[in-house]
Design a binder for this molecule. Structure first.
Ligand code: ADP
Ligand code: MG
Length: 638
C-alpha cells in the first residue's frame, strides 16, 4: 500500500460500515505516484504506456496496490475516474506473472466481471483487451443478453481467462454448464449501484454464491447505497474501502448551465443551441424510450446527424450507434439514462439534459458522459419554470454552480444563418465550375425578361429544400401561467365545477391516491414508462383520498390501456380506467387541474403544494420502496 496517499483518498482497512467523510482536495495530489511505482508487470506497464496514460488516477493509485496484495476492495469514485483500469490492471499483472511461472496462461476462467449493461460489458472487455495487448494467449470474452448464444458458447469452449458479462446472461451460462467458474480467482462488480438499481441484486448474489469460496472480490461503484453495503458485507472479506472524492463529484472540467424553457419549445431551443455553439459529440437525455426515437427523428429532419439508443433497440444496432458516435459518423446520441450509463466516448463534449433526470444521482451520471479523461465538457439542463428550484439539489450534489444561460436570440440565429448562406454562395463560386448554369440562367433571363436577382432568389428557395431560412421567435410566457391566471390557488384538492380538458384528452381514474401516499411524480413516471407516453402527454393530475384523476390522451391504444391497467405505483395496481361520466374535451379550456409537478420533490420551505396529511415526510433519496418494482419510481425520485 503506498504511504504517500493524498488526503482525498480514504483508506479504511476494515469495516465497510464506516465510510469516512473526506475533505475535498484536488485530485492532482496523486501526482507523485506513477504506474512504475506500483509493482506492475512490464507487459501491462507498456500497454498503459501505449495508451498514453501518464500516471494512475486517484482511484487507481489507491486500489491497485490493495488488489495486487490480494485484498478484497470496495472502490468508490465518480464516473470517468478510471475505475476499469483500477480493477483490470492488477488482475492482468498477476495473471501475466502466473503465466510466466506456469509456462503459459491457463485456459480457465480466472476473472469474472459483472457489469449492468451490454454496452458497459463491451466497454470493460475492450479496456481489458487493450491493457492485455502485450500478453500472449490471453482472451477476454464479453457475454451479454440479447445476442446469440453461439459465438459466446464457442468463445467459452475455446477458453477465456477473463469473462465480462451482464448478470442475466452469466447465470444462463452457469446454468447451461457453459461457464465453469470452479477456477475463478477474482470477481469484480462494476457499477454496482447501477446493477442494483436495474434489479440485478438477486442475480448478482446468485452468481457470487456459485463461485469458489476462496477468491478475491472487488466492488466498484459511484455511490454506496445501503443495499450495496449489505452485499459488500456479505460477500467481501475484510475489504479495503477506498473512496475518492474530487473537489466536486462531477469533476471541475464540466461547465454546467441551465436553460429555462417550456416543454413544447425544447426542440427549438436545442436546435438553436446546436447552431450557435461549437460542439463535437453530443448526448441528449430524455425520459422515455419513445422520446429517444422521437427526438432523434426530429433532429434528423432538421439536418442534424442524430441517433437514438434505448433498451428496446437491438443490441447490435446500439453498439453500431455508439461506434458511429465514436467515429464521428453521427454527432448526437439521444438516450435514456439506462442505455447511456457508463458510456465512454471521448468526443462527447456536450450533455443536454433535454428532460430533467429523476434524481441528482442520474444527473451526475449523465454529465459524467462528458469531460472524460481530463477533457473539458459542457452540460446544459433544460428546466421548466416549475422544475427550477431543483437546481439547488443539483448544485448541492455536484458542489458546483449551474449558471443560467440565455437562449440564442432569434436575431443571432438569423444573422448566423444568413451569414452561412452567403458563405455557401462564396464557396460555391470559388470552388465549382458554374459555367453551365451561368449560361442557363443567362438564357432564362433573356427569354423571360426576369432580372438575375429574381432568378437567384427562386433558386435559393429551391436550394433550401422547403426549409425556412429564418427562425421565428420562441414565446417566452410559460404556458403554465394560463392555468393560474384566474388566481385560483394552486393546491391539491382545489377543484371547481368548471373542469375543462385540453383538446384530445380525457380524464382517467387510477386506484391510488393520498392514502397510498402517491405523488404526482410517481404517477407521471409510472404512466410515462409503462404506457410509453411522453411526460408532455400527461396533463393535470388530481390526487384524491383513495384515487386520483389523470388527464391523458383520449385515444390511448388497447395495448397502452392494458399495460397501464397492470401498472403499479408504490406496489399498488393502479387499475387505470376512463373516468366515467367525463367525456373527452372538445375544446381548450382554462385547465381544471393544477398542472402537476412532473416529479416527486422534497417539500420546500413555504411550499404549500404538498401540505396534505401524508406529504410532510421528506421523500428524498432512496426510499423504503427501493427495488420493489419498476413502476415504483417514487423511491428513485428527487
Ligand atoms: P469509470 O469506470 O470510472 O467511469 P473509465 O474506466 O471508463 O472510468 O475511464 C474513463 C476514461 O479515462 C477512459 O477513456 C480511460 O481510457 C481513461 N483513463 C483511465 N485511466 C487513465 C489514466 N490513468 N490516465 C489517462 N486516462 C485514463
Ligand atoms: Mg466504469
Amino acid at each position: 500500500m503506498p504511504e504517500n496517499l493524498p488526503e482525498n483518498i480514504t483508506h479504511t482497512t476494515s469495516d465497510v460500515e464506516k465510510t469516512a467523510v473526506v475533505p475535498a482536495v484536488e485530485s492532482d495530489d496523486v501526482d507523485e505516484i506513477r504506474f512504475t511505482d506500483l509493482n506492475l508487470d512490464g507487459r501491462v506497464l507498456s500497454a498503459l504506456n501505449d495508451l498514453g496514460y501518464e500516471k494512475p488516477s486517484a482511484i487507481q493509485a489507491a486500489t491497485i496496490p490493495a488488489l495486487l496484495e490480494g485484498r478484497d476492495v470496495v472502490g468508490l469514485a465518480q464516473t470517468g475516474t478510471g475505475k476499469t483500469a483500477a480493477f483490470a490492471v492488477p488482475a492482468l499483472s498477476k495473471m501475466a506473472e502466473l503465466a510466466d511461472i506456469n509456462g503459459g496462461p491457463s485456459k480457465n476462467t480466472q476473472v469474472l466481471v459483472l457489469a449492468p449493461t451490454r454496452e458497459l460489458a463491451l466497454q470493460v472487455a475492450e479496456a481489458f483487451t487493450s491493457y492485455a495487448k502485450h500478453m500472449e494467449g490471453f482472451t477476454v470474452l464479453p457475454v451479454y443478453g440479447g445476442s446469440p448464444y453461439g459465438p459466446q458458447l464457442n468463445g467459452l469452449r475455446r477458453g477465456a481467462q477473463v469473462v465480462v458479462g451482464t448478470p442475466g446472461r452469466v447465470i444462463d451460462h452457469i446454468e447451461k454448464g457453459s461457464l465453469d467458474l470452479s477456477n475463478l480467482e477474482y470477481v469484480v462488480l462494476d457499477e454496482a449501484d447501477e446493477m442494483l438499481r436495474m434489479g440485478f441484486a438477486e442475480d448478482v448474489e446468485k452468481i457470487l454464491s456459485s463461485t469458489p469460496a476462496e477468491k478475491q472480490v472487488a466492488l466498484f461503484s459511484a455511490t454506496m447505497p445501503p443495499a450495496i453495503r449489505r452485499i459488500a458485507k456479505k460477500y467481501l472479506n475484510d475489504p479495503a474501502e477506498i473512496s475518492v472524492k474530487g473537489k466536486t463529484t462531477t469533476g471541475t472540467n464540466t461547465r454546467q448551465r441551465f436553460l429555462q424553457v417550456m416543454g413544447p419549445h425544447k426542440l427549438d431551443a436545442m436546435t438553436r443551441i446546436l447552431e450557435v455553439e461549437d460542439y463535437d459529440g453530443i448526448i441528449a437525455f430524455v425520459r422515455t424510450k419513445l422520446a429517444t426515437e422521437d427526438l432523434a427523428d426530429k433532429l434528423r429532419s432538421r439536418g442534424f446527424s442524430a441517433a437514438a439508443i434505448n433498451g428496446d433497440i437491438p443490441q447490435q444496432q446500439r453498439e453500431r450507434t455508439v461506434e458511429a458516435l465514436r467515429d464521428g459518423k453521427i454527432d448526437i446520441l439521444v438516450a435514456t439514462d439506462v442505455a447511456a450509463r457508463g458510456l465512454d466516448v471521448d468526443r462527447i463534449s456536450l450533455v443536454v439534459n433535454y428532460d430533467i433526470p429523476n434524481d441528482t444521482e442520474s444527473y451526475v451520471h449523465r454529465i459524467g458522459r462528458t469531460g472524460r479523461a481530463g477533457r473539458s465538457g459542457d452540460a446544459i439542463l433544460f428546466i421548466t419554470p416549475r422544475e427550477k428550484y431543483l437546481l439547488r439539489s443539483i448544485e448541492k450534489a455536484t458542489r458546483q454552480p449551474v449558471e443560467q444561460m440565455q437562449l440564442p436570440s432569434t436575431a443571432t440565429i438569423n444573422e448566423l444563418r444568413l451569414g452561412k448562406f452567403a458563405e455557401k454562395i462564396t464557396q460555391t463560386l470559388a470552388t465549382e465550375d458554374v459555367s453551365l448554369f451561368r449560361d442557363l440562367i443567362a438564357t432564362y433571363e433573356q427569354e423571360h425578361d426576369v432580372p438575375a436577382a429574381e432568378i437567384a432568389a427562386a433558386l435559393a428557395i429551391m436550394a433550401q429544400g422547403g426549409q425556412p431560412i429564418l427562425v421565428q421567435d420562441i414565446p417566452v410566457a410559460p404556458a403554465g401561467q394560463r392555468e393560474r391566471a384566474d388566481g385560483r390557488k394552486d393546491a391539491f384538492g382545489s377543484r371547481g365545477p368548471t373542469r375543462t380538458l385540453t383538446e384530445g384528452n380525457a380524464t382517467y381514474r387510477i386506484a391510488v391516491g393520498r392514502r397510498q401516499r402517491v405523488m404526482p411524480g410517481s404517477i407521471v413516471g409510472a404512466i410515462a414508462n409503462e404506457g410509453g407516453l411522453s411526460s408532455a402527454q400527461i396533463g393535470g393530475i388530481d390526487i384524491r383520498a383513495d384515487h386520483s384523476l389523470v388527464e391523458l390522451p383520449a385515444d390511448l391504444s388497447k395495448d397502452q390501456l392494458r399495460a397501464l391497467s397492470k401498472t403499479r405505483i408504490g406496489g399498488e395496481l393502479i387499475h387505470l380506467e376512463l373516468d366515467k361520466g367525463r367525456k373527452p374535451a372538445a375544446g381548450r379550456g382554462a385547465g381544471e387541474f393544477k398542472k402537476p409537478f412532473k416529479k416527486d420533490f422534497p417539500k420546500r420551505d413555504g411550499d404549500t403544494r404538498f401540505s396534505g396529511d401524508d406529504s410532510r415526510k421528506p421523500r428524498q433519496g432512496k426510499g423504503a420502496g427501493a427495488g420493489s418494482g419498476r413502476s415504483n419510481v417514487q423511491s428513485e425520485q428527487w
